[in-house]
Design a protein around this ligand. Structure first.
Ligand code: SF4
Length: 457
């Protein structure tokens, strides 16, 4: 049987879809790209997006336009939380919860259209197994995502992820070396350590995320390692010190803030105050002045008065973060925050939109300033893709600057040095530099064939 997949949401979902694809392949099925004629479509959903149901409907319509008789299965966080809602969508044949996600080929005996949708969604009570997953972002095997942790034991008042993914659990500590070595041997140049609450990693044998960082540093793999989002209260001084001295870990961090008002943070049930976050960011910048730091912020939380938002704006304005991911608060069923909102009416939608716009503008300015500060430096980039339109290669530096540079289509997608020149705020124009003299290497090692004229600086 041919089966295609569609993923919504976070990187962990993408990693899990890759794992799911492997499960189908092991059961004798063939994975075909989404949009091609197929016998079955599996959609891995997210609950964070506001329009999860709308997106789901659109994807189902797209799939059935090409393959009207295809079996449609929906899994992921939205499926765990709202199975009946999904089952009522036209064209859906089965819904699978978090526990059932990796058992789909065993659960469905015949992949065909059903008159009545089937639900395979169990409650997420008690301990859950950790299911391994890893994925590649591009076909070029430049960057892999390695899932180390799943679920969350925190109780942030706006968030349904703990309900959708269950309790925190982690990969066995003893498996980590072989996973990293395997990715290295498979030719990846970068691995992103991923999880829902990654910093809360706790192995069955008791090791913490600080132990993971120390272990990987000791392994000294030939690929660079990036940490995905980490809660501020879990980013220890020891982790910062290891990364600052490391030639393996990238100087890039993504640290959710959510609000610059300690009062709102308390109502969000976050586990730190604004002052703690400010000190953390300064300590990272003191240790690594070149570090990129991204922050998530939610605007329009039900108790966020105008004064709280202004406090957040001023807080972020002063803080040396490099970019913001801004989310407009939206009510989620079965959360304490949605109850505050029901009692008070919440923040009017137009205010949420205005606040979001102001922070996005601030983010653009911060990113521009960070990129401009990087101009003139020499960084290592892993070329990820080449634009057919401009002919330019693009990729990310170790400190999360998006660069574009000219090089032939035959460029080998391995780490190489570039000098950063100028920026428009979206990307930094760079040139490949010939480091042959210093490194006993030649640019021809980066270019498999074809003529290439190095640009003289
Ligand atoms: S830390 Fe908070 S926001 Fe993050 S997944 Fe857990 S409950 Fe949700």
């Amino acid at each position: 049987m041919n089966v295609s997949f569609y993923t919504l949401g976070c990187k962990l979902n993408y990693a899990e879809t890759s794992q799911l694809q492997r499960t189908f392949e092991q059961n004798g099925h063939t994975v075909v790209p989404f949009g091609q004629p197929t016998d079955a479509v599996i959609i891995n959903t997210c609950t964070v997006t506001d329009n999860a149901d709308k997106e789901c409907r659109q994807i189902i319509r797209r799939a059935l336009r090409v393959s009207p008789e295809a079996f449609v299965g929906v899994t992921g966080c939205y499926a765990q939380l709202q199975p009946e809602e999904i089952a009522s969508i036209d064209g859906v044949d089965a819904v699978f919860g978090a526990k059932e996600k990796f058992k789909i080929p065993e659960l469905v005996r015949e992949f065909r259209k059903f008159d009545t949708p089937q639900c395979f969604v169990d409650e997420l009570d008690g301990a859950l197994d950790f299911v391994e997953a890893q994925s590649s972002e591009t076909d070029s095997r430049t960057r892999a995502f390695l899932k180390l942790q799943d679920g969350c034991d925190y109780k942030c008042s706006f968030c349904t992820i703990p309900l959708a993914r269950g309790k925190s659990r982690a990969m066995d500590f003893s498996l980590i070396p072989e996973k990293i070595r395997h990715l290295e041997a498979s030719g990846y140049h970068e691995v992103v350590l991923s999880g829902i609450n990654l910093g809360d990693y706790e192995a069955p044998s008791g090791e913490t995320f600080t132990d993971v960082v120390r272990l990987i540093e000791t392994l000294q793999p030939r690929l660079r390692v990036r940490i995905s989002s980490i809660e501020p209260n879990l980013l220890t001084k020891e982790i910062i010190d290891i990364i600052a001295e490391s030639n393996v870990f990238c100087h890039s961090f993504h640290i959710p803030l959510q609000s610059g008002s300690s009062e709102v943070l308390r109502q969000m049930r976050r586990r730190y105050k604004a002052e703690y976050y400010r000190d953390l960011i300064h300590s990272i910048k003191d240790a690594m002045p070149d570090a990129a730091i991204g922050a998530d912020v939610i605007v329009g939380f039900p108790t966020e008065a105008d004064a709280h938002f202004e406090e957040t704006f001023a807080f972020l304005h002063e803080l040396p973060v490099s970019y913001l991911h801004v989310f407009s608060y939206s009510e989620r069923e079965n959360t304490p925050a949605a109850e505050f909102s029901a009692q008070t009416g919440g923040v009017p939608m137009h205010k949420r939109a205005e606040r979001s716009k102001r922070l996005r503008t601030l983010s653009a300015k911060k990113k521009f300033d960070f990129y401009r500060g990087e101009c003139g430096t020499i960084r290592t980039v892993i070329p990820e893709q080449r634009s057919a339109e401009s002919g330019l290669w693009s990729g990310w530096t170790e400190n999360y600057v998006r660069v574009e540079f000219a090089a032939p289509p035959s460029l080998v997608q391995a780490p190489m040095q570039v000098r950063l020149l100028e920026t428009d705020g979206e990307t930094v124009r760079a040139v490949l530099i010939d480091t042959a003299a210093e490194q006993g290497n030649t640019l021809s090692s980066a270019v498999s064939h074809g003529s290439y004229i190095p640009i003289m600086l």
